[in-house]
Write a protein that binds this ligand. Structure first.
Ligand code: OMP
Length: 265
């Protein structure tokens, strides 16, 4: 099954556009997990089991694992093995923000898609389509390209204009019209920029958008949903990490956010 279908099937089956971010910073784990042999994996396993019924996707940001060297890397692998074995219908995103020259990208493709088994990866577009080819030609997987990021300083480069258009709009147009020939691209647009999100939706009416920035970063769920839904009232992957996984009750927080998203659909 193509990976876009995998996301849509799961989102439809459980009526949810929620992606739970497994940003399992070791320092922030409850002590009962920190003392275990595989603390990040055991924590993830607990979060996954608690939130899976509301999750159309899980996103693992590699930074929080790479910080622990080879130990962290093995805990991503354990987490992916668990997801593939127990929740094979849930869409998995490796948030690595990769991209290099083409020959180097081949290594990232093998590590992320084949060794770890993710369905999708986040990529920055700076090196251009030619360099990203090893990702794009994996038609069984999804390339999620950064378009308008959620951070306060996103404008520094992304708002620079060429032919009267900001760079993020050019990225949205290129990915939609030239890179997505196999239907295996998505775009990242932060919930913290709902106006830009609405513009990206106009530029790319049929594209699925990964939207981080609700919860800890303060983006409005209502504004993001209203700005970003496609004409089928779908087409969004709403990610929240810290505000779910480090809350008192991750299950309840995931349920609340799933329901809040659905209210505005
Ligand atoms: P919380 O702010 O804790 O919900 O985490 C947001 C997650 O989304 C982190 O893993 C970020 O690295 C990631 N993210 C952004 O916050 N902003 C972006 O523009 C893009 C991403 C991403 O690619 O997922």
């Amino acid at each position: 099954m193509p990976a876009t279908d995998k996301y849509n099937t799961r989102a439809g089956a459980i009526n949810s556009l929620l992606c739970v971010g497994l940003d399992s910073d070791y320092e922030k784990l409850p002590e009962r997990f920190q003392i275990l042999e595989n603390p990040q994996f055991e924590f993830n396993k607990w979060i996954i089991d608690e939130t899976a019924e509301f999750a159309a996707g899980f996103k693992i940001n590699m930074a929080f694992y790479e910080a622990r060297g080879e130990k962290g890397f093995s805990e991503i692998k354990l987490t992916m093995e668990y997801l593939i074995e127990k929740y094979s219908d849930i869409f998995t995103i490796c948030d690595a923000k990769r991209a290099d020259i083409g020959s180097t990208n081949k290594g990232y493709v093998e590590a992320i898609f084949d060794f770890m088994g993710f369905d999708a990866v986040t990529l920055h577009p700076y090196l251009g389509r030619e360099a990203l080819d090893p990702f794009l030609k994996r038609t069984d997987k999804i390339s999620i390209v950064l378009c308008r990021t959620s951070n306060p300083g996103a404008a520094e480069f992304q708002d620079l204009e060429s032919d009267g258009k900001p760079l993020w709009q050019i990225v949205a147009e290129k990915v939609d019209r030239q890179w997505n020939t196999s239907g295996n691209c998505m775009l990242v647009v932060g919930a913290t920029y709902p106006e830009e999100l609405a513009t990206v939706r106009k530029i790319a009416p049929g594209m699925t958008l990964l939207v981080p920035g609700v919860g800890a970063q303060g983006g409005s769920v209502e504004e993001a949903i209203k700005a970003g839904l496609d004409d089928q009232k779908k087409g969004l992957i709403i990610n929240s990490s810290r505000s779910i996984i480090f809350s008192k009750d991750p299950k309840e927080e995931a349920r609340k956010l799933r329901d809040e998203i659905n209210v505005y659909r």
